[in-house]
Design a protein around this ligand. Structure first.
Ligand SMILES: Nc1ncnc2c1ncn2[C@@H]1O[C@H](COP(=O)(O)OP(=O)(O)OP(=O)(O)O)[C@@H](O)[C@H]1O
Ligand SMILES: [Mg+2]
Length: 374
């Protein structure tokens, strides 16, 4: 059973400062090596971004940092991902990858030592699905919203950006590996979607494989080197399923990718709302700020099997009020539907298999509302 307690941020940073950067002799946090710190229920993780020539030097540091995190109260799962950082090639300019465009570095955009976000090639619009709290249904919403966009005739991609617990392979019933062709990864296809997930590349059951430098570069490739479309066949919309997190920069990934807008998922419970507020504040702080496209209330009610009456298990109207407070649109309420969970468990998204169900209809309406802004 996973704990609901969030690890304490100050304690996490203090613990990471007790692990020493072999180059500068400072603690990891003070050395600025703790990127994208993610604190979720029972989990803590971050990216250790180092010079590509020094990944071997930092591998033991990564292990020590992971051990330090795992020893903290409230941390059941610790994950430190060692990645090779982009190298500055001239003042103010960063070369992201061989062959990719050079991107001017705006110092204001670079609040965490990260290169500015890059626009994905041949993708018209990127919508991220976020929440602060875990388990509120981001992945369920991402998958079904993507299917609803596809049902309306759009060309749709789904990027499962949850490196800690990828959902797309299971929720879409995919277990093959993407092919690497002409320097780019071809996304897998399912239910009319193009799909990419770290879960296709990294075996969750084998963390040692995940830790290898190949996995780190795979993560980078998942953002930068996926063939979502071509000049003559552009993707209309890419839905990005984000990992849970309440840190102010919850994942390096999020910063690397230019996002046009974010959809916040929340259950009606106050605790979930507080986290949704934090998540929306985080997107507002990004440079440039990422607009909140709206709030979706998930698990809004359960229909009494005998009478069909709505039973608001988690309270009523909370997400609607929260949307008003954020000045964001209230996009809709998704009921608790057993078929929605079953569809997720069986790799058969409800929107694709039962388009007439109440939840599928709501996803359709939300997709139409969002598509007005395309
Ligand atoms: N409206 C719903 N009705 C029934 N079950 C739901 C609903 N929304 C989500 N679930 C179920 O709740 C569980 C958590 O949902 P999901 O994995 O989508 O959440 P998440 O926010 O992506 O979680 P995480 O934070 O771990 O990424 C899953 O078993 C899913 O099938
Ligand atoms: Mg998820």
């Amino acid at each position: 059973m996973t704990t609901d307690i969030l690890p304490d941020r100050a304690a996490v940073l203090a613990a990471l400062n007790r692990v020493v950067d072999p180059r500068g002799g400072q603690g990891l946090a003070d050395a600025g090596l703790v990127q994208g710190l993610t604190l979720g229920a029972g989990r803590a993780g971050f990216m250790l971004e180092v010079d590509p020539a020094q990944t071997a030097l930092y591998a033991p540091v990564r292990d020590a940092a992971e051990k330090a995190l795992a020893a903290l109260p409230g941390v059941e799962k610790a994950q430190v991902v060692l990645t090779a950082a982009a190298q500055p090639v001239a003042p103010g300019v960063t070369r992201l990858r061989k062959g990719s465009a050079q991107v001017a570095m705006d110092p204001r955009a670079d609040t965490h030592g990260m290169p500015p976000a890059v626009r994905l090639e041949h993708v018209r619009r990127v919508i991220a699905v976020a929440s602060g709290k875990g388990g509120v249904g981001k992945s369920t919403v991402s998958v079904n919203l993507a299917c609803a966009f596809a049902a309306s005739g759009l060309k749709v991609g789904l990027l499962d950006a949850d490196i800690y617990g990828p959902s797309a392979p299971k929720m879409l019933g995919l277990d093959s590996q993407p092919e690497f062709v002409d320097g780019k990864l071809n996304p897998l296809r399912a239910w009319g979607l193009k799909v990419m997930s770290i879960g296709f590349i990294v075996d969750e059951a084998s963390p040692m494989i995940w830790r290898g430098p190949m996995a780190s570069s795979a993560l980078r490739q998942m953002i930068q080197d996926v063939r979502w479309g071509t000049a003559s066949d552009e993707l209309d919309v890419l839905v990005v399923d984000l990992p849970p997190g309440t840190g102010d920069v919850h994942l390096t990934l999020v910063q690397k990718l230019a996002v046009d807008g974010v959809v916040i998922v929340s259950t009606p419970q106050e605790i979930a709302l507080i986290d949704a507020r934090r998540a929306s504040a985080m997107f507002g702080k990004m440079n440039p700020p990422v607009p909140i496209l709206g709030v979706i209330e998930n698990m809004a009610w359960f229909a009494d099997p005998a009478t069909g009456a709505r039973i608001p298990i988690f309270g009523e109207g909370g997400a609607r009020r929260e949307a008003e407070r954020l000045g964001a649109a209230f996009l809709g309420e998704i009921p608790i539907e057993i078929a929605l969970r079953q569809g997720g468990d069986e790799g058969r998204p409800l929107v694709a298999t039962s388009p007439d169900s109440a939840a599928a209809q709501t996803f359709g309406a939300i997709a139409r509302e969002l598509a007005k802004g395309f």
